[in-house]
Design a protein around this ligand. Structure first.
Ligand SMILES: Cc1cc2nc3c(=O)[nH]c(=O)nc-3n(C[C@H](O)[C@H](O)[C@H](O)COP(=O)(O)O)c2cc1C
Length: 187
């Protein structure tokens, strides 16, 4: 059975991003492991945890609990990210999550020329976002995940489903959402 990692960064109980992500997941086959980032409360690295992480990394010992998110990410066959469009990117929990996942020797390694080589199993990430206004070319959260995937993790395909303009006065939210759900259905 294929392992689908669902990174859920949605915060509002009635999250539209979550609704779209559910449509994506409904079309996939496999066992879904959900990481609800708000519940996980992952802490950013500080001096103490950074030092520990560096020592573990130097010894190539990744058995400590601090590496559990990285192991899960590396082992996933497919990854779905649900991230509301916040401040042109995503909720800060996503940035902290990827700080925990981007570990040299575990999710990537450096070649002798300084380029990174990905160590992750997944071939694809599906990124889902919804925005109050227009995203246009400033899909910076998606662009960031794409860059991490290509440069570090070796995950070749990153695609995005989105719904925009949901908070505009007079917006036909139902129609915008249905349109996005139709796009997902075409996949
Ligand atoms: C903290 C915060 C920051 C936001 N920043 C933006 C933004 O930069 N651009 C935008 O178009 N909408 C912004 N929004 C609106 C959300 O993108 C929009 O309401 C989205 O649909 C929320 O997703 P959800 O329904 O899954 O919670 C922001 C909302 C919040 C709460």
């Amino acid at each position: 059975m294929s392992k689908i990692l669902f990174l859920n960064a949605c915060v509002r109980p009635e999250s539209r991003t979550y609704i779209l992500a559910q449509h994506v997941l409904d079309k996939m086959d496999g066992i879904i492991e959900e990481v609800k980032l708000e519940r996980e409360q992952i802490m950013p690295l500080n001096w103490e945890t950074l030092q520990k992480r560096d020592i573990y990394s130097q010894n190539h010992d990744f058995s400590a609990p601090m590496f559990r998110y990285a192991h899960q990410f590396v082992d996933a066959d497919e990854i779905v990210i649900a991230a509301p469009y916040w401040d042109l990117t995503f909720p800060a929990s996503i940035r902290i999550y990827f700080e925990a996942v981007t570990v040299c020797g575990l999710s990537f390694k450096y070649a002798s020329d300084g380029t990174a080589q990905g160590l992750c199993k997944a071939k694809r990430i599906i990124y889902v976002t919804t925005a109050g206004g227009l995203i246009s070319e400033y899909n910076l959260g998606y662009d960031y995940i794409k860059a991490l995937s290509h440069i570090f993790y070796g995950i070749p395909e990153v695609i995005c489903y989105k719904a925009e303009n949901l908070d505009i006065k007079g917006a036909n939210v139902k129609a915008i959402m249905e349109n996005s759900i139709k796009e997902i259905g075409k996949r």
